[in-house]
Design a protein around this ligand. Structure first.
Ligand code: SF4
Length: 315
């Protein structure tokens, strides 16, 4: 049994115009010690998928169908007070912006101690655990840093503190939502190296949400490519980079700038918005391989060698 099993997740928003579906049959699984990258353009549903796991959704969001199994529980059947015990302890979130994720009024020690007390109430050596978690994320002078306030730390240091909080509670799963977007390139590399080390040494499962295929190539084990609320290609990282199959995945690769100055090819057009209703494959207005059937019926996600692909070219 996988650590996490998301099955046929269908989610939408209750708006004044009625229910608008935004996630369609999203399914994937993740084992301990593995990293799954969820990639796609802004608005494709990557963050919503991850937030569904924690049930941190906007008030008007509604999950119409699906299951999210984590260990032996179905998270969608848990009450809010039960989820509060799971969030932070078993499943930790590393948000996009470390600048606003820590409370500016409390020291780092206060904030780490609070999370340990909440999730490990019988723990006696709280200060030692807080210190060890800072050492684990390679914070220099950890004793001194415990006394610091967030404004005294750099962005990269704040992101390390947030990762340290996840380690202090021995989270089994870390959801990293574009964890390096707000950081400069060298700090970005350090944070990703740290997450990779945590995955390998502590057997932690990680979901990395990103639009950066370079980060995916260097760090992920598996990749789910999302488009318009659907997974359109799902495979091992190796297979995806060596043999991308879905036209959208290929277009993403062609649009990456590289250092040898080859001409990049942008993906023409825009992804559909919540108000657009496209018949058939949602990528059809932008796809250079579009066929008649693509504008009539959406293809299922089907096995193609070592990948799962949703495209009529695959059928
Ligand atoms: Fe393109 Fe058709 Fe495949 Fe969609 S189903 S990606 S439109 S070829």
């Amino acid at each position: 049994m996988s650590l996490l099993d998301v099955k046929n997740l269908n989610l939408g928003f209750n708006l004044s115009q009625g229910f608008k579906q935004v996630l369609y049959d999203v399914s994937f699984s993740l084992d301990k010690g593995k990293m799954l990258a969820i990639v796609g353009e802004s608005g494709c549903g990557k963050t919503l998928t991850a937030m569904s796991i924690l049930n941190l959704l906007p008030k008007n969001a509604e999950i119409k169908e699906g299951n999210i199994f984590f260990k032996e529980y179905n998270l969608l059947e848990k009450k809010e007070f039960q989820l509060q015990k799971i969030r932070g302890k078993n499943i930790a979130l590393i948000p996009q912006d470390p600048m606003t994720s820590l409370n500016p009024l409390y020291t780092i020690e206060n904030q780490i101690v609070e999370i340990i007390k909440t999730h490990r109430p019988n723990e006696k050596k709280i200060k030692e655990i807080a210190l060890k978690s800072l050492k684990d994320v390679k914070i220099p002078n950890p004793e001194e840093r415990l006394k610091s306030y967030p404004h005294e730390l750099s962005g990269g240091m704040k992101q390390r503190i947030i990762i340290a909080m996840a380690l202090a509670c021995n989270a089994d799963l870390i959801i990293a939502d574009e964890p390096t977007t707000a950081l400069d390139v060298t700090v970005q590399a350090q944070i990703m190296k740290l997450l990779k080390e945590i995955k390998e040494t502590k057997n932690t499962a990680i979901i990395l949400i990103t639009h950066d295929l370079g980060l995916v190539f260097e760090n992920a084990d598996y990749v789910a490519v999302m488009y318009a609320g659907r997974i359109v290609e799902y495979s091992s990282k190796k297979e995806l980079f060596e043999n991308p199959k879905h036209p959208y995945t290929k277009a993403l690769f062609n649009s990456i700038p590289d250092i040898i100055g080859e001409k990049l090819i942008p993906i023409e057009g825009q992804p559909p918005s919540i108000n657009d209703s496209i018949l058939g494959c949602p990528f059809n207005p932008r796809c250079k391989y579009v066929m008649d059937i693509c504008t009539q019926k959406n293809p299922e996600l089907l096995k193609n060698n070592e990948s799962m692909v949703s495209c009529w070219l695959n059928s």
